[in-house]
Design a protein around this ligand. Structure first.
Ligand SMILES: Cc1cc2nc3c(=O)[nH]c(=O)nc-3n(C[C@H](O)[C@H](O)[C@H](O)COP(=O)(O)O)c2cc1C
Length: 360
């Protein structure tokens, strides 16, 4: 039993956004003293040679990262690394501050170990994030920035939005992620179509003076041949534009299996109900390209992280698992991964990427 098992029922009595703010504040206060940070690091971080991963022109101390949305404004980035995560994604960052959808817009699905959100890119905007990243100093693990557009922007303004965030934050992250797959932003055109991606990638690469790695984040919902063909074309377009990785996946629009009270609230579903869909998407992309895949969706244990990696993910990210399992999750997973590698006779995590994929 962890301390979080005792604290969680109290957190779960609060509205989810309030609980998230409380958690963030506890981390901010806890990590404001270097002495406490050192203690936290020595308890939570596991530095093991078998977990190191070279990817996206960076070296990751372990392959378990924080997914976009958890630290939207770069407020707790260093604390998350102190807790044992091997990398963290800030954002989605939009050019200006925006409110997102009206509340309530975030729901726990306890019976499903999932969540539904329709936050729609609420955030403080690129300048505020820039101030924070400027004063952050060195971080002991790779940091990415996930970029998005303002909710009201049409196709032309959206390109300007992506470019603005990219340029405002250019020097800070180790790589960028373009988010074209959020299921709860209100655009009436398809932001993730191959034609559209080509325009977005082209505009960003034109401004990419120092060849900073750029990844793209895709969704998990490919329930028709046409959608699958579009994914395949999107990967080709990404390769043609020198995109360096694919993040798979964002939340799903499929609510059909949900049992919890709030299961039919509109918004993107994350956590356990997404796990298999996300893993299938990772495997599909792994079969389509040599680009590294960052696997996201329903990971909450060493076993589920190992499965994503064996099905093609070079790196893994977590959001909902952290809400259900708490701050010792990264340590539990990294410790468990070392054991699983030893059990299966592998010297490193790099060795197992994709070994359960059908194509091999
Ligand atoms: C509350 C919440 C907010 C999110 N916000 C973002 C976001 O701003 N940008 C983004 O790319 N993904 C966002 N996501 C999606 C996550 O990054 C991740 O892709 C998804 O939740 C699946 O991972 P999980 O099952 O570990 O939660 C959000 C997810 C949740 C639950």
């Amino acid at each position: 039993m962890t301390l979080y098992d005792i604290v969680r029922p109290v957190f779960f009595k609060l509205p989810p956004e309030v609980a998230h703010s409380c958690g963030k504040n506890i981390l901010k206060v806890g990590c404001s003293s270097e002495i406490i940070r050192e203690r936290i690091r020595s308890y939570y971080q596991l530095n093991h040679p078998s977990l190191k991963m070279k990817c996206l022109e960076s070296e990751f101390p372990n392959p378990i990262g924080i997914a976009a949305g958890f630290d939207k404004n770069g407020e707790i980035t260093k604390s998350l690394i102190d807790l044992g995560f091997g990398f963290s994604e800030i954002g989605t960052v939009t050019p200006d501050a925006q409110e997102g959808e009206s509340k309530p817009r975030l729901f726990r699905l306890p019976e499903d170990e999932g969540m539904i959100n329709r936050l729609a890119f609420n955030g403080e905007g690129a300048n505020r994030v820039r101030d924070r990243m400027e004063s952050m100093g060195n971080v002991a693990a790779p940091i990415s920035v996930n970029i998005g557009k303002m909710n009201q922007s049409g196709p032309e303004d959206a390109i300007k939005d992506y470019v603005k965030v990219f340029e405002t934050l250019y020097e800070f992250p180790d790589y960028f992620v373009i988010n074209v797959s959020c299921p709860n932003t209100p655009e009436v055109y398809d932001e993730s179509s191959p034609e559209r991606l080509s325009e977005v990638f082209g505009a960003l690469q034109e401004k990419n003076k120092h060849n900073k790695p750029i990844a793209v984040k895709v969704g998990p919902d490919y329930d028709s041949k046409e959608k699958l063909a579009n994914l395949s074309k999107a990967i080709e377009v990404a390769e043609d534009h020198d995109i360096k990785a694919i993040v798979a996946t964002n939340t799903t629009t499929d609510h059909s299996q949900l049992k919890s009270k709030h299961g039919q609230e509109w918004g993107g579903v994350s956590g356990r109900p997404l796990e298999q869909k996300a893993t299938d998407t990772v495997e599909c992309i792994y079969g389509l390209t040599d680009l590294p895949v960052i696997g996201v969706g329903g990971v909450d244990s060493a076993e589920s992280a190992y499965k994503k990696i064996r099905h093609g993910a070079s790196l893994v990210q977590i959001y909902t698992g952290f809400v259900y399992k708490g701050p010792s999750l990264a340590r539990q997973i990294t410790t468990g991964l070392v054991e699983l590698l030893e059990r299966d006779g592998h010297a490193s995590i790099e060795e197992v990427v994709g070994i359960d994929c059908k194509e091999l």
